[in-house]
Design a protein around this ligand. Sequence first.
Ligand code: TLP
Length: 349
Amino acid sequence: MSYFSKIELRSDTFTLPTREMLEAMAQAELGDDVYGEDLTVKKLELKAAEMLGKEAAIFMPSGTMANLASIMAHCPRGSKVLVGDESDIYIYEAAGASVCGGIMYEPIRTQADGRLDLDDLQKAIPRDPEDPQFALPGLLCLENPHNRMGGRILPISYLEDIRAFANEHQIPVHLDGARIWNASVAMGIPAAAIADYAESLQFCLSKGLSAPIGSMVVGSEVFIRKVHRIRKMLGGGMRQAGIVAAAGLISLNKMVSRLAEDHSNAKRLAEGLSSIPGIACEPQSVETNIVFFRVTDPRFTWESFVQKLHQKGVHVDELGHGRIRAVTHVGVNSQQIEEALYHIRDTLA
Ligand code: TLP
């Protein structure tokens, strides 16, 4: 399927709702969700909790609000949240936890594969928790797969180490699993087997799964009740939200397994890119639907290259440190990947 006149590789957030989603949205059973009476939202929340193996789930307007409400539900004011210095939470979420929650971010260096080194985490734990000088860690956040580190997946062995660390220091773990389904499909394991290592997880319906709007937070019943209150406080009570939850149900029922296609397109794109003189790309590090590359040809800056490709109908963007990101999704088919490679080759010829 191809539904853009251009080749849209800037993000999987550009995916459009499918026809089936639009039909389900038109027919959705609705109610006022602030009264807890929207049955479609309830159905989606039950489904999400079940698929992630957690007690409860809550429908959120965005991944940003899902992360923020989760951090605020875990962390008391004056505590700190340990986050990767390349994480979406730290870079792109407008410091919400500081602004709204009185919570300090402690950025931890992100490794090339998206991990936060345990030694670095250890240094963020105050030696004497009774010493009143120190903010106490209220939460550890990980991102899986890791967007700015190229869609890399955190290995289960690493999650085991993180769990042991979190248990030892009695710090809960929140996973920003915006693209958790990409990790699940790429690893060939249920998403619940990943969520198992964290107290809470947020995932997005509006990225590779094609829903127009929405994210889910999953966790224990007590935790989700706290997130519910914070969601209201942040203005995220959405009344007849079933109209978008209906699309989310189709995301979970129909759009997960096809993500494998996006992964093979990403791999193909990366392999093609690595064979083009003037481009630096490492196809071996592509594990999901995200490809990063650099333009090494001295005739171009990343700005001029992105602009040139844009004129040819290929949309990519810079995403940190001068690297260009291309994200594959249902709106770009394998033929368009070849076309994109053709235009990139042609631009550098
Ligand atoms: N990421 C966007 C941009 O903000 C970079 C994208 O195009 O990838 N967690 C992760 C890992 C994300 O990648 C994003 C969005 C979010 C959270 C925020 O989700 P939304 O956009 O729904 O607030």
